[in-house]
Design a protein around this ligand. Structure first.
Ligand code: HEC
Ligand code: HEC
Ligand code: HEC
Ligand code: HEC
Ligand code: HEC
Ligand code: HEC
Length: 276
């Protein structure tokens, strides 16, 4: 009898250990979406049978603009459906409508217009470029658009793409980004190239500021008031979307590419979808 109880307790203890370590390992077993869908965000707060959900593609837009231009100057949240984009805000020239107004030109192309009142989204080709419906015909396909871009395990290698200048994202949305404010965001501070106090972590403050400005990280993701805002970070928190995970799960290269951040460790660990 005593032996049985002991066995039971031991078994329970070890199964709990296994379950909790599986939980902690979830990050190492993160299943990354297919590369042509990596970074896609579905906006569906207003979707009905007449108004299809809108899929916003980062791969197309980030080739043209920096993260900062949209997420700071235009105020898009770093969370799907977090901004409150709707037909009216687009029509009034905010959100998607800040660019997609039927007038603005980018690279010599006049941008198609968002959310014209009095039309039904599902029966109009122009609407369905954003609102998915049976009529959806996209001008761009991931495969063609990125065919000349350097690729990595997870899709486009955006670092290499910028280095070789196949993409040159601009940091301004003409008429919206405030020149004076932008100057203030770029003080000539001494950047530390690597976070030495992180054991073997690569992090370039300078490059990240070029893409994100300061405001995307400070103070929300990394509070600056503490001496060492990045101390005590764990992979588990990153896998929950905090700290580096705010970008490196969904839009920037995913955490599966271990030695992109760690100076040691495997190149890549992928996992089965059932764990997600
Ligand atoms: C053309 C504008 C634009 C650019 C450029 C852009 N984003 Fe976004 N981003 C958006 C929009 C729109 C959303 C969705 C917001 C919403 O649904 O409210 C979004 C959402 C996100 C999310 C949340 C995704 C999710 O599934 O919850 C992350 C993370 C993100 N962006 C990071 C980035 C990073 C990093 C860059 C630069 C490499 C970038 N974005 C460039 C417009 C942009
Ligand atoms: C900073 C400017 C900017 C903002 C903001 C922006 N876009 Fe775009 N978008 C572009 C540009 C530039 C293109 C390329 C247009 C072209 O070449 O025809 C584009 C293209 C697209 C396309 C491709 C259509 C196709 O036929 O392949 C879709 C879909 C799209 N945008 C949706 C959105 C949505 C949804 C939002 C808001 C959540 C948004 N965009 C916000 C600049 C922007
Ligand atoms: C550049 C992308 C884009 C284009 C083009 C576009 N829309 Fe939208 N529209 C959106 C986004 C994003 C939302 C918010 C989606 C959500 O959260 O469900 C939206 C929402 C709506 C809504 C929901 C109701 C509301 O008050 O928000 C209606 C209706 C609508 N659009 C009509 C249209 C019509 C009609 C057209 C074509 C003339 C059109 N849209 C073209 C991006 C676009
Ligand atoms: C991708 C996110 C990110 C961006 C963008 C970013 N930072 Fe940081 N910042 C960090 C992290 C992580 C740390 C902690 C690293 C460390 O302690 O060395 C940090 C630390 C700091 C610190 C305090 C630690 C120190 O160096 O003494 C200051 C001040 C700071 N950042 C200012 C800025 C300014 C100014 C900008 C824009 C030019 C900026 N940061 C852009 C992530 C970012
Ligand atoms: C986006 C950058 C990034 C990527 C990619 C990444 N890590 Fe980490 N990792 C970190 C940071 C930041 C820490 C915190 C380091 C510290 O505090 O010293 C960390 C810490 C860790 C730790 C220490 C234990 C813990 O949880 O804090 C382990 C183990 C680890 N990572 C393993 C991995 C493995 C395995 C992969 C690939 C599947 C990976 N990491 C991918 C950024 C990353
Ligand atoms: C605000 C969004 C954001 C946050 C937060 C962020 N990154 Fe990044 N990071 C990016 C983007 C965008 C790139 C460009 C490459 C890409 O998109 O795949 C990048 C690239 C990198 C690179 C490649 C740089 C190179 O020189 O090759 C490393 C390493 C990296 N990040 C580490 C980190 C670490 C470690 C953290 C957390 C301390 C972190 N990042 C937090 C957005 C972010």
């Amino acid at each position: 009898m005593k032996w049985n109880l002991f066995l039971l307790l031991t078994l329970t203890f070890f199964s709990l250990m296994i379950v909790s370590s599986l939980k902690a390992q979830q990050v190492f077993l993160y299943a990354v979406p297919p590369e042509d869908q990596f970074g896609d965000v579905t906006l569906n707060k207003h979707a009905t049978s007449d108004i299809g959900p809108v899929v916003f593609q980062h791969w197309l837009h980030r080739a043209k603009f920096t993260c900062r231009a949209c997420h700071v100057d235009l105020g898009f949240a770093m969370q799907g459906n977090g901004t409150g984009v709707d037909a009216k805000s687009n029509r009034d020239g905010y959100h998607c409508g800040a660019c997609h107004d039927g007038k603005r030109q980018v690279g010599g192309v006049v941008l198609f217009k968002a959310c014209v009142p009095g039309r039904v989204a599902n029966t109009n080709d122009e609407c369905s470029r954003c609102h998915s419906s049976s009529r959806t015909k996209h001008k761009y396909s991931y495969k063609e658009f990125t065919s000349r871009f350097p690729k990595s395990k997870y899709g486009v290698d955006w670092m290499a793409a910028e280095k070789s200048e196949v993409v040159k994202p601009v940091d301004v949305v003409e008429g919206i980004s405030i020149q004076k404010q932008r100057m203030k965001n770029r003080p000539d501070m001494a950047f530390r190239p690597y976070m030495e106090h992180f054991s073997g972590i690569r992090f370039s403050h300078e490059l990240h500021s070029k893409w994100n400005g300061c405001e995307l990280c400070h103070p929300e993701i990394f509070p600056t008031e503490k001496n060492n805002p990045a101390a005590g970070i764990t992979m588990y928190q990153i896998a929950q979307g905090r700290f580096c995970g705010a970008c490196h799960l969904k839009v920037a290269f995913p955490v599966n590419g271990c030695n992109k951040c760690h100076t040691r460790g495997p190149d890549w660990i992928d996992g089965p979808r059932w764990l997600m």
